[in-house]
Every structure is written in C-alpha cells, then in structure tokens.
Design a protein around this ligand. Structure first.
Ligand SMILES: [Zn+2]
Length: 173
C-alpha cells in the first residue's frame, strides 16, 4: 500500500483552546508520538511550563500552516526535491529520463540544475504524458521521439527501459 500523504486541516483547530498532546493526536487521527515529535523536533510551541504539555490553538494553527506551506514548496509539479541542495530544484534541461519501475510506477531521473547532483521523483503512470511539466526536461524532449511523428504508444530506446514521451494511459479507442 502506498503511503498516503497526510493532511492536517487547520479548520479543525478550535479558537482559543489549549490542547493536550492526546487531543491533537485525536483531532487528526495520528499517533501521540507524532505530536510529541512536532513539539520536540519540529518547532510546535507548547505553552511554557505545562506538564503534561499543552499547546495553544494559535500555536497549533501557525505550525500547521507553516507545515503546509513547506510541503507545497516541495511539491511543485515541475520540480524535484534535491537531497544535496535540500531544496526543491528544477531539473537541468535535457538530462531527464523516465524509467519504469518493477511495480509499474515511473521514476523521473535527472540532474539538479543547481548542483548537478542526481535527483529523482516518482510519477504515477496515469499522470505521465508529454504534457507533464517534467517531460520538458527529458533528454529527447526536442527530438522526433515525442510521438508527434509516430503513432507509437510506447517505444523502447537503447537503454531498454526508456519510455516514449507519448506514453499515455491506455484508453479503449
Ligand atoms: Zn541540487
């Protein structure tokens, strides 16, 4: 089962309320340990000198909003997270490859435009097409192997597992 990204709707947080760690965990259906980690490692502010810890709703909201913004930043469709830069980066033009994984999903691999390090990002097969923002960075993006000159659905290249840009979800014609 693929790991689903959790969301923490800020609207669930009550106005002007002091939450216990357990209440926050209940609110989002998460582990108490996760909330403790937010406090310990991720900068969620607790009300000073409370034990058990209490977190004011304003601090919780601010924390969740920041978390959301951060995640948004790492999820731009045309960007790939670079572990070397520790930031979302644009791939270097012409360095992208798309590989089919044994489990059927696709892996986009390229060079980070900033540090030239290797970056990669999983792409769902059904999300992939020549219109995908990352398709513009493929090494063959400007060549004829883009499906425009050929009706191929799927083409094997020299590498063996390179997929044609024209790979689209199978639909019954
Ligand atoms: Zn980089």
């Amino acid at each position: 089962m693929a790991k689903k990204k959790r969301t923490y709707p800020v609207r669930l947080v009550k106005e002007n309320y002091s939450y216990t760690v357990e209440q926050i965990a209940d609110l989002f259906g998460i582990d108490v340990a996760t909330v403790r980690r937010w406090i310990k490692d991720e900068g969620l502010e607790r009300i000073p000198k409370t034990r058990p810890f209490l977190v004011h709703s304003s601090a919780l909201r601010a924390f969740l909003q920041k978390k959301k913004a951060k995640r948004k930043k790492s999820c731009q469709p045309h960007e790939v997270f670079c572990f070397k830069c520790q930031a979302p980066r644009t791939p270097k033009n012409g360095t992208g490859k798309i590989k089919k994984q044994p489990n059927g999903s696709l892996l986009f691999q390229a060079q980070c435009a900033t540090c030239k390090g290797k970056i990669n990002k999983a792409v769902k097969g059904k999300d992939w097409s020549e219109k995908h923002p990352l398709a513009a960075y493929l090494h063959n993006a400007t060549k004829q192997h883009n499906g425009k000159h050929s009706p191929h659905r799927k083409c094997q290249l020299q590498g063996g597992d390179q997929l044609c840009l024209n790979l689209t979800p199978q639909t019954s014609a």
